[in-house]
Design a protein around this ligand. Structure first.
Ligand SMILES: Nc1ncnc2c1ncn2[C@@H]1O[C@H](COP(=O)(O)OP(=O)(O)OP(=O)(O)O)[C@@H](O)[C@H]1O
Ligand SMILES: [Mg+2]
Length: 321
């Protein structure tokens, strides 16, 4: 049994303009100790998917359908109190813009301490402080600085504090959402090294959400490609690089292995549709050179072709065009 199994997950935002289907019928699994990269252009639903796994979607959003099974338990069905115990203790998030999300008026160590005491109410204060210092040391920050404020740290250090905070309650799964965005190249390398250590030294299962294809393909075991709320391809990194199947993945890989700073793929004409009125059928068909009538009419399911571990959602293979 996989550590995390997602089936038919659908998350929508009900806005005044209409319903934004940010994540639609997404299914995938994550094994123990595995690192899965989640890539796709800006606005395609990556963060919404990450937040949905922790049930952190707020109004006007809702998880409209699907299962998120962690260690055999469908967490979508848990009551709020039981879900609070799963969050941080089993699955935690390094949120997008985590470094600016730190509270500027509280020492960094106090913020980590709060997370530990909230989720482990029986822990003694001394033990919790010891844990805070150990976590800071683990991410390369002097534990003696636990009472320093966020403004006393560089951007890269604040990002490492955010990683320490995600580890506060010894989770089994960590979701890293754009943890390297906005950092200089050297600092990015340090943060990437740290994320890799989460997997190697702590044996954690990690979902790395990023625009940086080169980074994701360098460190992840498998890659999942998202387009306009759908998972369009998933497979081992080597297979995705050597034999990308979906026309969107092919376009992404052709774009110098990196999306530009807006998260937009310049080598594929057009842009991600507004998810409020996405085209019917395969959402990619208006940008696809291989698109046929069937692509406009119905949604292609995610299917294995030759290898069971490499799946693609594209009619071109089934229909042979
Ligand atoms: N609170 C919200 N209310 C309404 N729509 C939302 C809300 N949050 C996200 N969305 C919409 O959901 C879609 C997916 O957004 P999401 O932030 O998940 O994309 P993303 O792939 O993480 O983008 P980026 O790469 O820019 O971080 C977008 O169309 C976005 O406008
Ligand atoms: Mg995002």
């Amino acid at each position: 049994m996989s550590l995390l199994q997602v089936k038919g997950l659908t998350t929508s935002f009900h806005t005044k303009e209409g319903t934004v289907k940010a994540v639609e019928k997404v299914s995938f699994s994550l094994e123990k100790g595995e690192m899965l990269g989640l890539i796709g252009e800006s606005g395609c639903g990556k963060s919404t998917l990450g937040l949905s796994l922790l049930r952190l979607i707020e109004e006007p959003g809702e998880i409209a359908a699907g299962e998120v099974t962690i260690n055999g338990v469908d967490v979508i069905k848990l009551n709020p109190e039981a879900m609070r115990k799963v969050r941080w203790n089993t699955i935690s998030l390094i949120p997008q813009s985590a470094m600016s999300a730190l509270n500027p008026t509280a020492p960094i160590g106090k913020q980590i301490l709060e997370a530990i005491e909230l989720h482990k109410p029986r822990i003694k204060r001394d033990d919790a402080v010891k844990k805070v210092k150990e976590l800071l040391e683990w991410v390369g920050i002097d534990g003696g600085r636990w009472l320093h404020y966020p403004h006393e740290f560089s951007g890269g250090m604040k990002q490492r504090v955010a990683i320490a905070m995600a580890l506060a309650c010894d989770p089994e799964i960590v979701i890293s959402d754009e943890s390297t965005t906005g950092l200089d190249v050297l600092t990015q390398a340090q943060v990437i090294h740290l994320i890799k250590r989460l997997q190697k030294e702590l044996g954690l299962s990690i979902i790395v959400i990023s625009h940086d294809l080169a980074m994701v393909t360098a460190i992840c075991d498998r890659i999942a490609v998202m387009y306009a709320g759908h998972l369009v391809e998933i497979g081992p990194t080597r297979k995705i690089l050597d034999n990308p199947l979906h026309p969107y993945t092919q376009g992404l890989l052709a774009s110098n292995i990196c999306l530009d700073s807006s998260g937009t793929c310049s080598s594929i004409p057009g842009s991600v549709p507004r998810l409020i009125d996405a085209p019917p059928g395969c959402h990619f068909h208006p940008r696809c050179e291989r698109g046929k009538d069937i692509c406009k009419a119905s949604l292609p399911p995610l299917k294995s072709l030759a290898a069971a571990d490499h799946q693609v959602a594209c009619f071109a293979y089934k229909e042979g065009f």
